[in-house]
Write a protein that binds this ligand. Structure first.
Ligand SMILES: [Zn+2]
Ligand SMILES: [Zn+2]
Length: 157
């Protein structure tokens, strides 16, 4: 009979010293765990950014700006309508463009345009001014460091 084999008596309560408790949880730990838990990352990310302060770069770096493809606005076709207005079709590397949503002005042939990875296109000058303060597309909020789609890589580089 081996009745005493598995229990080992009653003295098995382990009083493990909670060393991590002395370190405590920082707000960052809480935020990080929240990031892992719920799907809505944006709020937590924003809070994380606030918590970390200036360490988080919200602007584009000069290198990132330099990596964005820049191309000339080309005139695809131009025609005069019956009432005398000139209608023109413009493109940048084959992508149709109409107006720059940063300055709300129509593109014109031979202007330089900056193509974001999301394929939104803005005046080069408007984009570089904007990217000194933000690093996302003003149109769709995608980060400019997100990889380009294969389409743009074929068309431009
Ligand atoms: Zn513009
Ligand atoms: Zn975009």
């Amino acid at each position: 009979m081996h009745t005493e084999e598995d229990g080992g008596g009653q003295g098995t309560i382990r009083a493990s010293p909670r060393r991590e408790a002395s370190l405590g949880f920082t707000d960052l730990d809480v935020l990080a765990s929240r990031l892992e838990q719920d799907g809505d990352h944006y709020e937590a990310l924003a809070a994380l950014g606030e918590f970390l302060g200036p360490a988080v770069e919200t602007r584009a770096t000069a290198e990132e700006i330099a990596e964005l493809p820049v191309a000339k606005v080309e005139l695809v076709s131009r025609r005069r309508t019956k009432d005398g207005k000139i209608k023109q079709k413009l493109s940048v590397t084959g992508l149709r463009v109409d107006r720059c949503t940063i300055c709300q002005m129509q593109f014109r042939p031979d202007q330089m345009a900056c193509i974001f990875p999301c394929l939104h296109i803005f005046h080069d000058s408007c984009a570089s001014r904007l990217l000194k303060t933000v690093r996302t597309c003003p149109h769709c909020r995608r980060d400019i460091a997100e990889p380009s789609s294969p389409r743009i890589l074929e068309g431009v580089v």
